[in-house]
Design a protein around this ligand. Structure first.
Ligand code: C2O
Ligand code: CU
Ligand code: CU
Length: 516
């Protein structure tokens, strides 16, 4: 726990002591103390946990029914230390749900937590009242029963709480799970697909722990001392958990492995790769497969983003999946305070002496979702993200910010208006990145997405295609997926309505459903 020790020495008190009266010395101590990492300090002692694949109960009507029970529990991440956590059907994280395009899905969510929460299906196209955003609160002790029809391409989605103002702490305590959607194209793609064997979920999270093992919710306050840096972004941890496993390894038994990466962290941006700089193939992003897999040595993953990559291994080797210092585009010195200089080993892969052969990597994936043509005269909307607000307004659960005609493709211009880390996400829709600060998007930002890192000050333009499901009363959300920013109000809401009725719907919601 080198990280824990370093934080103890360079905590706030330490900074004040060492800095004496000089602001400059304080600043230097703060700056130095904000580089985090674990490289060289792990031993890869724990077998990587694989979240249970929850088998749905098929009902006579063909519905796939999933049961989730949210409850507090106790986990042992660090050797000999107990950590109070939250989980679904277990003490930490949540099972992986699997469904197919066309499935009727019904979920029973029982909330046995001490407080109200929600469960949001991030990346799912579904009726707004089933979305699990801040309007679908589940009181402590209550049960929520959303149902919907899966009608979207194969992809890796996820689910997590979304109560207004408390999403960050609810996710940090452990509530998050993966969703795998399959379709005929993913079946035929020839990608590794045996769950937990050569098709691995990897939920990446960073935590801080108190010495007694409990989760540390302390957020950075150095920004108050360091005038130049405004870094309100919640907890940035010094300890990595992968699928809730500290210090993990995984035994590889096949020549190729598909990693389903999910950045389930509150604020940290990762840049995933290998110390030997081997490249791997990106085969899918948030909302679906790529028509052409992209070969990359590094992959940036912002909070909320997912990526599927295929990695080739050599028999007998041991190699670590690492997160390298991510290019945040926020400049000096802010980058240091937002994790831009941090390097973490994530999980060690140990390849068996003899590996089973894997399917060859396809050059093209037939049926992968295509970028839509933006129609002439497409509606443009502009969103400026600055100071925990969007377009100068904090989130308001009663206010409808945008009304969108069902099935439309629009251009959403997202502007990062300050020098902080932001990732833009919208519910119930898929977008393709048109351009980033005026340039063609890099490979990792292409393909069907629902969450995107804003890599610089300026515009990221998205071609957003909205679903055809309509509801004039229940909104979807768009927000920054840095959860402290979302909780502070960097969020807005939109309705999807029958085309032609945009002007008729009320911009004020009758009841604010959500507490807070
Ligand atoms: Cu991952 Cu609005 O959420
Ligand atoms: Cu979402
Ligand atoms: Cu943000």
């Amino acid at each position: 726990m080198a990280g824990l020790r370093r934080r103890a020495v360079l905590g706030i008190g330490g900074a004040a002591l060492l800095g004496g009266s000089g602001w400059g010395a304080n600043w230097l101590v703060a700056y130095t103390g904000h580089q985090r990492g674990n490289v060289g300090s792990l031993e890869f002692r724990n077998r990587l946990r694989i979240p249970e694949l929850l088998a749905p109960k098929a009902r006579s009507d063909g519905t796939k029914r999933f049961h989730l029970e949210l409850a507090p529990g106790e986990s042992e991440f660090l050797p000999g230390r107990k950590t109070g956590t939250w989980g679904a059907n277990g003490p930490y994280l949540a099972p992986t749900l699997r469904a197919r395009d066309g499935d009727e899905v019904a979920v029973t969510v029982r909330n046995k937590l001490p407080e109200a929460t929600t469960l949001h299906w991030h990346g799912m196209h579904l009726p707004a009242r089933a979305d699990g955003g801040p309007h679908q609160m589940i009181a402590a002790g209550a049960t929520w029963r959303p149902r919907w029809t899966v009608h979207q391409p194969a992809s890796t989605l996820w689910y997590h709480p979304h109560p207004h103002g408390s999403t960050g702490p609810h996710v940090y305590r452990g509530l998050a799970g993966m969703i795998i959607l399959d379709d005929a194209h993913s079946d035929a793609a020839g990608l590794p697909g045996e769950y937990g064997v050569d098709d691995l979920p990897l939920v990446l999270q960073d935590k801080n722990f108190h010495d007694d093992g409990s989760l540390d919710f302390t957020e950075s306050t150095f920004s108050d001392d360091v005038a130049a840096v405004d870094d309100r972004r919640g907890v940035l941890g010094d300890t990595i958990l992968v699928n809730g496993t500290y210090d993990p390894y995984h035994e590889v038994t096949t020549e190729r492995v598909r990693l389903r990466l999910l950045n389930g962290s509150n604020a940290r941006v990762y840049s995933v790769g290998f110390p030997d700089d081997r490249s791997f193939h990106l085969v899918a992003v948030d909302n679906g497969l790529l028509a052409r897999p992209q070969e990359l040595p590094r992959l940036r993953l912002a909070p909320g983003e997912r990526a599927e990559v295929v990695v080739a291994f050599t028999a007998g080797e041991e190699v670590v999946l690492r997160s390298f210092a991510p290019e945040l585009g926020v400049g000096f010195p802010a980058s240091r305070f937002m994790g831009g200089d941090d390097t973490f080993d994530l999980v060690q892969f140990r390849a068996a002496g003899k590996l089973k052969s894997s399917p060859g990597l396809p050059a093209r994936i037939a049926g992968a979702p295509r970028a839509v043509d933006v129609p002439e005269g497409a509606r443009r909307r502009r969103f400026e993200l600055v100071a925990d607000q969007i377009n100068g307004r904090p989130a308001d659960m009663r206010r409808v910010d945008e009304v969108v005609p069902a099935g439309a493709t629009e251009i959403w211009e997202i502007e990062r208006g300050d020098g902080r880390v932001h990732a833009f996400h919208l519910h119930g829709a898929t977008f393709h990145v048109l351009d980033v600060l005026g340039e063609k998007p890099p490979p990792e930002m292409r393909g069907p997405k629902d969450t995107v890192y804003l890599p610089g000050t300026g515009l990221v333009r998205l071609a957003v295609t909205f679903d055809t499901l309509t509801d004039p009363e229940h909104p979807y959300m768009y927000h920054c997926h840095v959860l402290r920013h979302e909780d502070n109000g960097m969020m807005g809401q939109f309705l999807v309505v029958e085309p032609g009725t945009e002007k008729q719907v009320s911009r004020t919601l009758k009841s604010a459903h959500a507490g807070h």
